[in-house]
Design a protein around this ligand. Structure first.
Ligand SMILES: Cc1cc2nc3c(=O)[nH]c(=O)nc-3n(C[C@H](O)[C@H](O)[C@H](O)COP(=O)(O)OP(=O)(O)OC[C@H]3O[C@@H](n4cnc5c(N)ncnc54)[C@H](O)[C@@H]3O)c2cc1C
Length: 397
């Protein structure tokens, strides 16, 4: 039952149709891009792969979805206000890109994760300097929170920013920073005083004297490394938002982007499910296709069902956030369930392929590695459970 008048109902239906059309188009475009370029990207080393992926995302106009329209990004129409980016669009893009290429997926999302603090809180000149180029994929963004002593607990961040008149000096060490050595600028969370929550965010250009990066490898194809700050000077105009409000800004960015991690997990898992289905239908053992063995075909039924549940959780969370809600429960549920489920789905797919499942270069072997980190970054599964438990008990008292 709806309490809307017939006229209002028609307007709502028209909006929903427009939204569905935009999202379907984005899904098609991302799918097409991934289909055409996944193999090419696989052949490149991480740095060249990252740059090429970014170039492709720029040419296809998809990077623009990571920047709000008011700052030169894509016109999201009714999906979200022009001052922000649509979580539904980010999710649709990530699910389709992840289906084909982990590199396209990570390079897309880092443009949003690395630049959203600027879109929210940079002064006009700084916003103009970076956000248009990020939307066109001419500048590459990174988001630097984690430190050797501060992972899940960001209140332990120790990188120190000290004020010198109208400038700041930054000293410290960030680690596990996606796009380290590839990015053109870093959105950095720094401590500005000794008090417990005295943090600010700064936009630091990659070529600032005193900034140094060192790369390391993780399981999947992911440009990542350490970023060292030795007396790095930035003007006060590089500060993002009010002094002392940096932690809240960083957490707000994470909250907005987190649902899209779940969507990427679904993209990897959907691919694994499809690979399993194809393989079980064609591979014969004991004189018949493997799909004729109920133990295996039931596996695929369960993979698909769980995956659909994960997709619906993502749809729910993304809609709540796009409509202006916080979505504390919805987002945490989606991230927790989809990323854990993707790990399970990809593990089953490896099993279905037998030896081929662990052979370097096979699709499911890559998927198995691609999904693992999603349960750790942007709030691990345990952190999502902490969020859920806190919110559930708060509501029940
Ligand atoms: C591929 C990849 C890309 C990344 N990209 C970035 C990036 O671009 N920028 C950035 O800033 N960081 C990035 N990170 C870092 C990531 O955000 C951290 O790894 C994550 O926050 C976890 O921190 P940690 O590794 O220090 O683990 P820890 O915080 O030390 O946690 C270790 C384990 O303990 C659990 N744990 C911690 N606290 C609790 C608790 N209170 N209750 C129960 N369990 C708990 C965790 O869930 C985890 O399982 C990336 C990480 C990876 C793997």
């Amino acid at each position: 039952m709806t309490s809307e008048t017939p006229k209002a109902q028609k307007a709502t239906e028209a909006t929903e149709t427009t939204e569905a059309r935009i999202l379907a188009r984005l899904s098609r475009e991302a799918d097409e891009l991934g289909r055409q370029h996944a193999e090419e990207l696989q052949r490149l080393d991480e740095t060249r792969g990252a740059r090429r992926a970014l170039e492709l995302l720029g040419q296809a106009g998809l990077a623009a979805w990571m920047v709000p329209r008011v700052h030169g990004g894509a016109d999201a129409g009714p999906l979200c206000p022009p001052e922000t980016i649509s979580v539904r669009a980010a999710c649709v893009l990530r699910q389709s890109l992840a289906y084909h290429s982990a590199m396209l997926d990570v390079m897309l999302v880092m443009q949003g994760l690395g630049s959203l603090a600027l879109a929210r809180s940079a002064g006009p000149a700084l916003a103009r300097q970076w956000l248009g180029p990020v939307a066109r994929a001419e500048a590459c963004a990174a988001f630097a929170l984690t430190e050797p002593g501060a992972g899940s607990s960001l209140t332990d961040v120790a990188l120190r920013a000290r004020r010198h008149g109208d400038a700041w000096s930054l000293n410290g060490h960030k680690t596990f920073i996606s796009n380290a050595g590839v990015a053109d600028f870093y959105s950095v969370l720094a401590r500005t005083a000794e008090e417990p929550r005295a943090f600010s965010m700064f936009c630091v250009p990659a070529n600032a004297p005193g900034l140094r990066t060192e790369r390391f490898e993780v399981l999947g194809p992911h440009p990542i490394g350490d970023v060292y700050f030795e007396d790095v000077r930035v003007p006060d105009s590089s500060r993002l938002g009010a002094e002392g409000a940096g932690l809240e800004l960083a957490l707000a960015v994470l909250a907005r982007m987190r649902t899209s991690v779940a969507a990427a997990a679904n993209g990897f898992a959907r691919r694994a499910c499809d690979e399993s289905r194809r393989h079980l239908s064609t591979r014969e053992q004991f004189g018949k296709p493997l799909s004729a063995f109920q133990g295996l075909s039931f596996d695929v039924a369960e993979m698909d069902t769980r995956l659909r549940a994960a997709e619906l959780l993502v749809d729910e969370a993304a809609l709540v956030v796009d409509r202006g809600g916080e979505g504390t429960l919805e987002v945490a549920r989606a991230k927790l369930f989809a990323t854990e489920n993707a790990g399970w789905v990809c593990d089953r797919a490896v099993q279905h392929f037998g030896g081929l499942g662990v052979k370097r270069g096979s699709a499911v072997e890559a998927l198995y590695r691609d999904v693992r980190a999603l349960r750790i970054y942007e709030g691990s599964s345990e952190v999502q459970k902490l969020i859920l438990a806190k919110e559930l008990f708060r509501r029940s008292t």
